[in-house]
Design a binder for this molecule. Structure first.
Ligand SMILES: [Zn+2]
Length: 279
Protein backbone atom coordinates (compact mmCIF):
# COMPACT_ATOMS: atom_id res chain seq x y z
CA UNK A 1 0.00 0.00 0.00
CA UNK A 2 1.16 3.54 -0.73
CA UNK A 3 0.04 6.61 1.19
CA UNK A 4 -0.44 9.95 -0.55
CA UNK A 5 -1.43 12.12 2.40
CA UNK A 6 -4.95 10.98 3.30
CA UNK A 7 -5.28 8.93 0.11
CA UNK A 8 -4.30 5.26 0.13
CA UNK A 9 -3.56 3.20 -2.98
CA UNK A 10 -3.42 -0.61 -2.94
CA UNK A 11 -2.17 -2.56 -5.95
CA UNK A 12 -4.18 -5.77 -6.39
CA UNK A 13 -3.86 -8.50 -9.02
CA UNK A 14 -6.64 -10.16 -10.97
CA UNK A 15 -4.24 -12.89 -12.14
CA UNK A 16 -2.83 -12.71 -15.62
CA UNK A 17 -3.25 -13.68 -19.25
CA UNK A 18 -1.29 -13.76 -22.50
CA UNK A 19 -1.63 -12.13 -25.91
CA UNK A 20 0.22 -12.45 -29.18
CA UNK A 21 3.58 -10.69 -28.84
CA UNK A 22 3.41 -9.18 -32.32
CA UNK A 23 0.05 -7.61 -31.53
CA UNK A 24 1.34 -6.33 -28.16
CA UNK A 25 4.34 -4.54 -29.68
CA UNK A 26 2.98 -3.30 -33.02
CA UNK A 27 5.75 -2.30 -35.44
CA UNK A 28 8.59 -3.42 -33.15
CA UNK A 29 10.36 -6.50 -34.62
CA UNK A 30 10.25 -9.74 -32.64
CA UNK A 31 14.06 -9.84 -32.40
CA UNK A 32 13.76 -6.79 -30.11
CA UNK A 33 10.67 -7.58 -28.00
CA UNK A 34 11.53 -11.24 -27.41
CA UNK A 35 14.47 -10.05 -25.28
CA UNK A 36 12.28 -8.14 -22.83
CA UNK A 37 9.18 -10.35 -23.13
CA UNK A 38 10.04 -13.96 -24.11
CA UNK A 39 7.07 -15.54 -25.95
CA UNK A 40 5.61 -18.99 -25.27
CA UNK A 41 5.28 -21.75 -27.90
CA UNK A 42 2.20 -19.97 -29.32
CA UNK A 43 4.01 -16.63 -29.62
CA UNK A 44 2.14 -15.16 -26.63
CA UNK A 45 3.65 -12.82 -24.04
CA UNK A 46 2.65 -12.81 -20.37
CA UNK A 47 0.58 -9.86 -19.13
CA UNK A 48 -0.47 -8.80 -15.65
CA UNK A 49 -3.81 -7.36 -14.50
CA UNK A 50 -2.86 -4.83 -11.82
CA UNK A 51 -5.91 -3.13 -10.39
CA UNK A 52 -5.60 -0.09 -8.10
CA UNK A 53 -7.92 0.22 -5.12
CA UNK A 54 -7.99 3.85 -3.97
CA UNK A 55 -9.31 4.83 -0.53
CA UNK A 56 -10.08 8.51 -0.18
CA UNK A 57 -12.57 10.50 1.92
CA UNK A 58 -14.37 7.32 3.00
CA UNK A 59 -14.82 6.17 -0.62
CA UNK A 60 -13.38 3.12 -2.34
CA UNK A 61 -12.55 3.37 -6.02
CA UNK A 62 -11.28 0.66 -8.37
CA UNK A 63 -9.26 1.56 -11.45
CA UNK A 64 -10.49 -1.03 -13.95
CA UNK A 65 -11.90 -4.36 -12.84
CA UNK A 66 -9.58 -7.05 -14.22
CA UNK A 67 -10.53 -9.86 -16.60
CA UNK A 68 -13.09 -11.56 -14.35
CA UNK A 69 -14.44 -15.11 -14.34
CA UNK A 70 -17.00 -15.35 -17.16
CA UNK A 71 -14.75 -17.45 -19.40
CA UNK A 72 -15.24 -20.78 -21.12
CA UNK A 73 -12.51 -23.44 -20.95
CA UNK A 74 -11.67 -22.72 -24.59
CA UNK A 75 -11.23 -18.98 -23.95
CA UNK A 76 -9.14 -19.68 -20.86
CA UNK A 77 -6.83 -21.66 -23.14
CA UNK A 78 -6.78 -19.09 -25.95
CA UNK A 79 -5.83 -16.23 -23.63
CA UNK A 80 -3.94 -18.41 -21.11
CA UNK A 81 -6.07 -16.88 -18.36
CA UNK A 82 -4.47 -17.36 -14.94
CA UNK A 83 -6.79 -17.13 -11.92
CA UNK A 84 -4.24 -18.03 -9.24
CA UNK A 85 -4.90 -14.58 -7.76
CA UNK A 86 -8.12 -12.63 -8.18
CA UNK A 87 -9.30 -9.10 -7.54
CA UNK A 88 -12.10 -10.31 -5.25
CA UNK A 89 -9.64 -12.35 -3.13
CA UNK A 90 -7.35 -9.32 -2.90
CA UNK A 91 -10.24 -7.12 -1.77
CA UNK A 92 -11.37 -9.73 0.76
CA UNK A 93 -7.87 -9.83 2.26
CA UNK A 94 -8.23 -6.09 2.91
CA UNK A 95 -11.67 -6.65 4.44
CA UNK A 96 -13.40 -5.02 1.46
CA UNK A 97 -16.61 -6.71 0.27
CA UNK A 98 -17.97 -6.19 -3.27
CA UNK A 99 -20.79 -4.04 -1.83
CA UNK A 100 -18.20 -1.75 -0.19
CA UNK A 101 -16.89 -0.49 -3.55
CA UNK A 102 -18.29 2.96 -4.40
CA UNK A 103 -16.83 3.63 -7.85
CA UNK A 104 -15.38 1.49 -10.63
CA UNK A 105 -13.54 3.52 -13.26
CA UNK A 106 -13.35 1.75 -16.62
CA UNK A 107 -10.46 3.27 -18.58
CA UNK A 108 -12.12 1.64 -21.59
CA UNK A 109 -14.44 -1.35 -22.06
CA UNK A 110 -12.09 -4.00 -23.52
CA UNK A 111 -12.55 -7.41 -21.86
CA UNK A 112 -9.24 -7.34 -19.97
CA UNK A 113 -10.32 -4.13 -18.17
CA UNK A 114 -14.10 -4.59 -17.91
CA UNK A 115 -14.35 -8.39 -17.51
CA UNK A 116 -14.53 -8.10 -13.72
CA UNK A 117 -17.33 -5.50 -13.92
CA UNK A 118 -19.85 -8.34 -13.90
CA UNK A 119 -20.12 -11.92 -12.70
CA UNK A 120 -22.40 -14.81 -13.55
CA UNK A 121 -25.39 -15.48 -11.31
CA UNK A 122 -27.57 -18.36 -12.49
CA UNK A 123 -26.08 -18.01 -15.97
CA UNK A 124 -26.85 -14.27 -16.16
CA UNK A 125 -24.24 -11.48 -15.97
CA UNK A 126 -24.88 -9.09 -13.06
CA UNK A 127 -22.74 -6.24 -11.67
CA UNK A 128 -20.00 -7.62 -9.39
CA UNK A 129 -20.11 -4.46 -7.28
CA UNK A 130 -23.81 -3.95 -6.52
CA UNK A 131 -23.58 -0.40 -5.10
CA UNK A 132 -20.87 1.02 -7.34
CA UNK A 133 -21.26 3.62 -10.04
CA UNK A 134 -19.26 2.59 -13.09
CA UNK A 135 -17.55 5.60 -14.68
CA UNK A 136 -16.99 5.36 -18.45
CA UNK A 137 -16.43 8.03 -21.10
CA UNK A 138 -19.67 8.52 -23.05
CA UNK A 139 -17.82 8.07 -26.36
CA UNK A 140 -16.29 4.79 -25.20
CA UNK A 141 -19.78 3.55 -24.27
CA UNK A 142 -21.05 4.49 -27.74
CA UNK A 143 -18.15 2.69 -29.44
CA UNK A 144 -18.45 -0.42 -27.25
CA UNK A 145 -22.17 -0.74 -27.92
CA UNK A 146 -21.68 -0.16 -31.68
CA UNK A 147 -18.58 -2.23 -32.44
CA UNK A 148 -17.10 -2.74 -35.88
CA UNK A 149 -15.17 -5.63 -37.44
CA UNK A 150 -11.87 -4.28 -36.08
CA UNK A 151 -12.81 -3.94 -32.37
CA UNK A 152 -15.69 -6.43 -31.99
CA UNK A 153 -13.56 -9.17 -30.36
CA UNK A 154 -12.55 -6.79 -27.54
CA UNK A 155 -16.06 -5.63 -26.60
CA UNK A 156 -18.15 -8.32 -24.91
CA UNK A 157 -21.64 -7.06 -24.04
CA UNK A 158 -21.92 -9.11 -20.85
CA UNK A 159 -19.13 -6.96 -19.39
CA UNK A 160 -21.02 -3.67 -19.65
CA UNK A 161 -24.69 -3.91 -20.76
CA UNK A 162 -25.78 -5.12 -17.25
CA UNK A 163 -24.39 -1.86 -15.79
CA UNK A 164 -26.87 0.19 -17.79
CA UNK A 165 -29.70 -2.29 -17.08
CA UNK A 166 -29.06 -1.87 -13.34
CA UNK A 167 -28.73 1.92 -13.62
CA UNK A 168 -25.16 1.80 -12.36
CA UNK A 169 -23.57 3.28 -15.46
CA UNK A 170 -22.20 6.81 -15.11
CA UNK A 171 -21.18 8.13 -18.51
CA UNK A 172 -18.84 11.16 -18.31
CA UNK A 173 -17.41 13.55 -20.86
CA UNK A 174 -13.88 14.89 -20.63
CA UNK A 175 -11.71 15.24 -17.50
CA UNK A 176 -13.79 14.68 -14.36
CA UNK A 177 -13.03 14.27 -10.65
CA UNK A 178 -14.75 11.02 -9.62
CA UNK A 179 -13.80 11.24 -5.92
CA UNK A 180 -11.60 13.63 -3.89
CA UNK A 181 -8.12 13.35 -5.43
CA UNK A 182 -9.12 10.92 -8.21
CA UNK A 183 -9.49 12.24 -11.75
CA UNK A 184 -10.15 10.64 -15.12
CA UNK A 185 -8.39 12.24 -18.08
CA UNK A 186 -9.18 11.23 -21.68
CA UNK A 187 -6.04 10.40 -23.67
CA UNK A 188 -7.33 8.61 -26.80
CA UNK A 189 -4.86 6.54 -28.82
CA UNK A 190 -5.73 2.98 -27.80
CA UNK A 191 -9.43 3.73 -28.38
CA UNK A 192 -10.92 7.11 -29.34
CA UNK A 193 -12.11 7.79 -25.76
CA UNK A 194 -9.58 5.81 -23.72
CA UNK A 195 -9.01 7.57 -20.36
CA UNK A 196 -6.22 7.43 -17.81
CA UNK A 197 -6.57 7.97 -14.06
CA UNK A 198 -4.64 10.48 -11.96
CA UNK A 199 -4.58 10.08 -8.17
CA UNK A 200 -3.28 12.94 -6.02
CA UNK A 201 -2.75 13.46 -2.31
CA UNK A 202 -0.18 14.85 0.12
CA UNK A 203 1.70 16.55 -2.73
CA UNK A 204 2.26 13.23 -4.53
CA UNK A 205 0.78 11.81 -7.73
CA UNK A 206 0.13 8.30 -9.03
CA UNK A 207 -0.80 7.99 -12.70
CA UNK A 208 -2.51 4.90 -14.08
CA UNK A 209 -2.10 5.16 -17.86
CA UNK A 210 -3.44 1.59 -18.50
CA UNK A 211 -3.20 0.88 -22.23
CA UNK A 212 -1.43 4.14 -23.07
CA UNK A 213 1.61 2.43 -21.45
CA UNK A 214 0.59 -1.19 -20.76
CA UNK A 215 3.94 -2.46 -19.40
CA UNK A 216 7.37 -1.09 -18.58
CA UNK A 217 8.55 -2.69 -21.87
CA UNK A 218 6.40 -0.07 -23.63
CA UNK A 219 8.44 2.90 -22.31
CA UNK A 220 10.34 3.52 -25.60
CA UNK A 221 8.11 5.90 -27.59
CA UNK A 222 7.60 3.68 -30.71
CA UNK A 223 6.70 0.57 -28.65
CA UNK A 224 2.93 0.91 -29.17
CA UNK A 225 0.50 -2.01 -29.36
CA UNK A 226 -0.96 -3.14 -32.68
CA UNK A 227 -4.40 -3.01 -31.03
CA UNK A 228 -4.28 0.80 -30.84
CA UNK A 229 -6.83 2.39 -33.16
CA UNK A 230 -4.94 5.70 -33.25
CA UNK A 231 -1.24 4.90 -32.73
CA UNK A 232 -0.03 8.42 -33.56
CA UNK A 233 -2.40 9.71 -30.86
CA UNK A 234 -0.85 7.21 -28.44
CA UNK A 235 2.62 8.42 -29.42
CA UNK A 236 1.86 12.07 -28.68
CA UNK A 237 0.03 11.34 -25.42
CA UNK A 238 2.90 9.07 -24.28
CA UNK A 239 5.50 11.69 -25.15
CA UNK A 240 3.70 14.31 -23.03
CA UNK A 241 2.97 11.99 -20.12
CA UNK A 242 6.47 10.52 -19.83
CA UNK A 243 8.11 13.95 -19.94
CA UNK A 244 5.81 15.26 -17.23
CA UNK A 245 6.02 12.11 -15.08
CA UNK A 246 9.83 12.11 -15.21
CA UNK A 247 10.08 15.85 -14.42
CA UNK A 248 7.57 15.72 -11.58
CA UNK A 249 8.64 12.36 -10.10
CA UNK A 250 5.14 10.91 -10.44
CA UNK A 251 4.56 7.28 -9.57
CA UNK A 252 3.19 5.18 -12.43
CA UNK A 253 1.14 2.01 -12.15
CA UNK A 254 1.46 -0.25 -15.20
CA UNK A 255 -1.80 -2.23 -15.50
CA UNK A 256 -0.41 -5.04 -17.68
CA UNK A 257 3.13 -5.36 -16.36
CA UNK A 258 3.59 -8.97 -15.19
CA UNK A 259 6.58 -8.25 -12.93
CA UNK A 260 7.01 -4.62 -11.87
CA UNK A 261 3.66 -2.86 -11.57
CA UNK A 262 4.72 0.33 -9.78
CA UNK A 263 7.60 2.77 -10.05
CA UNK A 264 8.97 6.02 -11.37
CA UNK A 265 10.52 6.90 -14.70
CA UNK A 266 13.49 9.15 -15.28
CA UNK A 267 15.23 10.34 -18.42
CA UNK A 268 18.75 9.09 -18.98
CA UNK A 269 20.67 9.86 -22.20
CA UNK A 270 17.48 10.54 -24.16
CA UNK A 271 15.57 7.44 -23.07
CA UNK A 272 13.28 6.61 -20.17
CA UNK A 273 14.50 4.31 -17.41
CA UNK A 274 12.21 2.66 -14.85
CA UNK A 275 12.88 2.37 -11.12
CA UNK A 276 10.57 -0.01 -9.33
CA UNK A 277 8.89 1.06 -6.09
CA UNK A 278 7.56 -1.72 -3.86
CA UNK A 279 4.14 -1.39 -2.28
ZN1 LIG B 1 -5.59 -3.90 -21.85
Amino acid sequence: MIRLGDVRVHVLSDGGFALDGGAMFGVVPRVLWEKTDPPDERNRVTLGLNVALVETAGKRILVDAGIGDKWTEKERGTYRIDRSTTLLDGLARLGVRPEDVDVVVNTHLHFDHAGGNTRLEGGKAVPTFPRARYVVQMGEWEDATHPNERNRASYLEANFVPLAENRQLEPVQGAVEVAPGVRVVPVGGHTAYHQMVVIEGGGQTVVVPTDLLPTTSHLPLPWITGYDLFPVGTLEAKRRLLKQAAEMGWLMLFYHDPRRPLGRVREEKGRYVFDEVST
